[in-house]
Structure formats: structure tokens, C-alpha cells
Design a binder for this molecule. Structure first.
Ligand SMILES: NC(=O)c1ccc[n+]([C@@H]2O[C@H](COP(=O)([O-])OP(=O)(O)OC[C@H]3O[C@@H](n4cnc5c(N)ncnc54)[C@H](OP(=O)(O)O)[C@@H]3O)[C@@H](O)[C@H]2O)c1
Length: 247
């Protein structure tokens, strides 16, 4: 897919990686970028980069009406970047209740699924296009420090595969991006190595150009993906040493 004529929508465009998606899209010269955020004020500096090219939209992916409105007001989208997500650093057993696990599922799985469903007909009308889902390598092996987040990303990985299958006939490319730790505020308590958000956005956009379905940006994710093929149990045992602080 060529990116020059693309009309993109980025969810969570005000967040750590979201901003870099907007900048990477600008660099490749897409024709329009809808920048989605729950709070429009949080987008002012991004829109200031180029208010002709970057259109702010109010979007909460867990709110059905908000998602429906986005699909109606952005009818020309050809590239949907489902970047919005939350990770609450909860263990399964040590968490005081299930509210965090439910919230992560609501945003990372149901919210992303709702966006795919709402924009599938938009992409079809516009010739197929592409969906990029921001997943995580932690969806492939549980990280006990962020356990329920890992589970929500595992659900989102499975959803991405199913959406890819259902949208193949309309020519929509569906990409899963599975980084390790990305150097944003959200990962400030995690040890290095960390991949830069620029690299994540660049590798994801390159995958759109090249038609690659599974992207592992940065060395850490590529090494973990290789280890998962070679000896998944060893990786599980290594991750099992990193427990939530209150466990
Ligand atoms: N950082 C990492 O190490 C890492 C690694 C692998 C994957 N990822 C994934 O990459 C994506 C971006 O992460 P990040 O590090 O940039 O996180 P971040 O800085 O916390 O940004 C998350 C973004 O998601 C938005 N968001 C949260 N709930 C939302 C909702 N209900 N509706 C719409 N937007 C919502 C946030 O908006 P508000 O400002 O309104 O909260 C924010 O813009 C996430 O899906 C994350 O899971 C991150």
C-alpha cells in the first residue's frame, strides 16, 4: 500500500506512541490525519504541527456512540491505527479486585474490536485499506507484573487474527504490532532495553507499505518472538521471575 494518498485515523493520538504515529505519518506525506483523543485539548500541540493536515476528533473507544460518530465523521479513512490502550500493572491474584482487569479488557480488547467493526465498512467503501492494531509481545507470553494487561493483549492478538480473516475478502490488510518495552511514560518503571516510539511507528508504517501482517519492532521483541518459536517454556519461566511488587 502506498502511503501518499492515505487518510489515517490514529486513536490515542495524544499519548506516548500515538504522537509518533502522527509525526511518522506526516513525514511520509499522507493526505490527512484524524487524531483521536478523549480530551480534545490534549491534542492542541499536535494539531499545531499542521492544522490543515491534522484534524482533531473526540474519541473514546469504549463508548459505542463515540466510536459510531467517529466512523460517520471520518468517512474517507483508508488506514486505521488502533493505538489507544491501557496497562495498569496489576497481578491476577495480588490485585485487590477485578476492576483493573476489566478496564484493560474494555479498552485493549473490546474498544479495539469496536473500532475494527465500525471502520470495516468505511475501509471497504474506500477500496480496502489497512488496520494497524497496537498489540504487545506480552500478549504472547504473560508478564506477571502486568498480568491482566498481558491477557487483554492476548485477546487482542486473537481478535486481530480473526478480523484479518474476515476482512481478507474486502482487501483490508490487518497488521498486528507487537513491541517489547517502548520508551514512553507508560513504561517508566520498566528496566531497559526499550525501543524508541519513533522506531515502533516507522516499522509499523513500513509494514503497511510492504504488506507484512506481524511486526515485532526493536531488538527485544524480535528476540522474544524468536525465543517463543524455539523454547516458549523457558521464556515463560524467565517472565515468571518478574512478579508484581505487592505479590
Ligand atoms: N509503552 C510500552 O512499553 C508499550 C509496549 C507495547 C505496546 N504498547 C501499546 O502501545 C499503545 C500506546 O501505548 P503508549 O505507551 O503510548 O501509552 P500511553 O502514553 O499511556 O498512551 C495511551 C493512549 O491511549 C489513550 N486511551 C486510553 N484509553 C482510551 C479510551 N478509552 N479511548 C481512547 N483513547 C484511550 C490515552 O488517552 P488519554 O490521554 O485520554 O488517557 C493515550 O492517548 C497501547 O496500546 C499500549 O498497550 C505500549
Amino acid at each position: 500500500m502506498q502511503l501518499e494518498k492515505v487518510v489515517a485515523l490514529v486513536t490515542g493520538a495524544n499519548g506516548g506512541i500515538g504522537r509518533y504515529y502522527v509525526e511518522a505519518l506526516r513525514k511520509v506525506g499522507v493526505s490527512r490525519i484524524y487524531a483521536g483523543a478523549r480530551n480534545l485539548n490534549s491534542l492542541s500541540d499536535i494539531v499545531a504541527l499542521d492544522s490543515q493536515q491534522i484534524i482533531p476528533i473526540s474519541l473514546d473507544i469504549t463508548n459505542e456512540q463515540s466510536v459510531r460518530t467517529a466512523a460517520e465523521t471520518c468517512p474517507d479513512v483508508t488506514l486505521l491505527i488502533n493505538n489507544a490502550g491501557i496497562g495498569l500493572l496489576k497481578g491476577f491474584i495480588s490485585a485487590t479486585d477485578l476492576s483493573g482487569a476489566r478496564a484493560e479488557m474494555e479498552v485493549n480488547y473490546f474498544g479495539t474490536l469496536a473500532m475494527c467493526r465500525a471502520f470495516a465498512p468505511v475501509l471497504k467503501r474506500n477500496g480496502g485499506g489497512a488496520i494497524v492494531n497496537m498489540l504487545s509481545i506480552l500478549g504472547k507470553v504473560n508478564f506477571p507484573m502486568n498480568a491482566s494487561y498481558s491477557a487483554s493483549k492476548a485477546a487482542a492478538i486473537s481478535m486481530t487474527q480473526g478480523v484479518r480473516a474476515e476482512l481478507a475478502a474486502q482487501g483490508t490488510l490487518v497488521i498486528g504490532v507487537m513491541p517489547g518495552t517502548v520508551d514512553t511514560d507508560g513504561s517508566k518503571y520498566f528496566p531497559p532495553p526499550k525501543v524508541s516510539p519513533e522506531v515502533v511507528a516507522q516499522e509499523a508504517l513500513q509494514a503497511v507499505i510492504d504488506g507484512i501482517e506481524d511486526v515485532y519492532p526493536g531488538e527485544q521483541a524480535k528476540e522474544m518472538a524468536a525465543q517463543l518459536l524455539k523454547d516458549p517454556k523457558a521464556l515463560e519461566k524467565m517472565m515468571a521471575t518478574m512478579l508484581p511488587s505487592h505479590a
